[in-house]
Design a protein around this ligand. Structure first.
Ligand SMILES: NC(=O)CC[C@H](N)C(=O)O
Length: 312
């Protein structure tokens, strides 16, 4: 029997390899504040099932989690209204870019899945459910801090303001869904919360900690409490696998073989069920808006550790 590779060593090797690579993708520019981030950054953090944490590169530098927040808002919304959520948002891959509007016209304003922008805006509407934006946002932030076991997590107000100033597509998506009755709350309330939860700043270490419940059948290992049932954790992982990387989801499953959710800030949260919660960050993106080196780092990690859910 061959000994399993040492996680710390593998993570250190990956951080080193990624730091040297010249191909880094393109940093997102449509949110001006994100365009200022240094493309040379790379971070990785892996929280293993036994609680050990392996980190490399800029694992403690906070970045804009953007659409990675959509895993957590989905979890919260399911906790609030349960499976009724699936009447307002589907769970099929879209095969379209993250900010696309085309399917909404044909599908009565019901977004394909909770991870494209339209779907995440509908999920945010479900979290608001008549409350004030400040309360909903407070709830999301408290949830992140609880999951990560870290009170230092904050919202980057400059990023939120920058996105609000340039968020014309999201305004269009929200209004379009509102015209079909899919959005219940005032559009500006919903978008205010959406822009702010996308602007949460976290490090790879914090993000990997926050993702632990998805690797532990719904349980927060810090408290032993169930965040969601095992069945729900499994299902959130399934939607991450099929929809977490927009029109790059098939390629991510093919190459990495793990449920994952990306964000245009360059972060990816990936789940190796029963084994580890993993966060990577490299700000340069590929053509689908997913972290270029983040995906390569995860592909390398899954391969060296034998962690693909489809077999070693
Ligand atoms: N893919 C993403 O991370 C997109 C999120 C971003 N806040 C937007 O709405 O455009």
């Amino acid at each position: 029997m061959t000994a399993s590779p040492d996680l710390q060593t593998v993570v250190a090797e990956i951080a080193d390899e990624m730091a040297r690579r010249p191909d880094r993708g393109e940093v997102a520019t449509y949110i001006p504040e994100l365009a200022r981030v240094d493309p040379a950054r790379f971070g990785i953090a892996v929280v293993a099932a036994d609680g050990t944490v392996a980190m490399g590169g800029d694992a403690d530098v906070a970045f804009s989690i953007q659409s990675v927040s959509k895993v957590f808002t989905l979890t919260l919304a399911l906790g609030k209204i349960g499976d009724r959520l699936w009447r307002r948002v589907g769970r099929e891959p879209s095969g379209s870019p993250f900010n696309s509007i085309v399917q909404l016209e044909r599908e009565q304003g019901v977004p394909r899945n909770p991870f494209i922008n339209a779907g995440a805006i509908a999920v945010t509407d479900a979290i608001l459910s008549g409350h004030q934006p400040r309360e909903a946002l407070g709830e999301i932030l408290r949830f992140m801090r609880y999951l990560a076991d870290d009170e230092q997590i904050v919202i980057d107000e400059a990023v939120a303001a920058s996105e609000k100033g340039a968020g014309f597509r999201n305004v269009a998506l929200a209004n379009y869904m509102k015209s079909f009755g899919v959005i219940e709350n005032p559009v500006d309330y919903v978008l205010g919360v959406y822009f702010h939860h996308c602007a949460i700043a976290m490090s790879c270490r914090q993000l990997a900690m926050a993702g632990r419940f998805l690797t532990h059948a719904g349980r927060n290992p810090s408290t032993g409490h169930l965040v969601v049932t095992a069945e729900r954790a499994r299902r959130i992982n399934a939607v991450m696998l099929t929809c977490g990387h927009y029109d790059g989801s098939g390629e991510f499953a093919y190459r990495v073989g793990l449920p994952g959710k990306s964000g245009v800030g360059g972060g990816i949260l990936a789940v190796a069920p029963g084994r580890a919660s993993i966060a990577v960050w490299s700000p340069g993106l590929d053509a689908s808006g997913n972290s270029h080196l983040g995906r390569i780092a995860l592909e390398t990690l899954a391969k060296r550790m034998g962690w693909s859910i489809f077999g070693a």
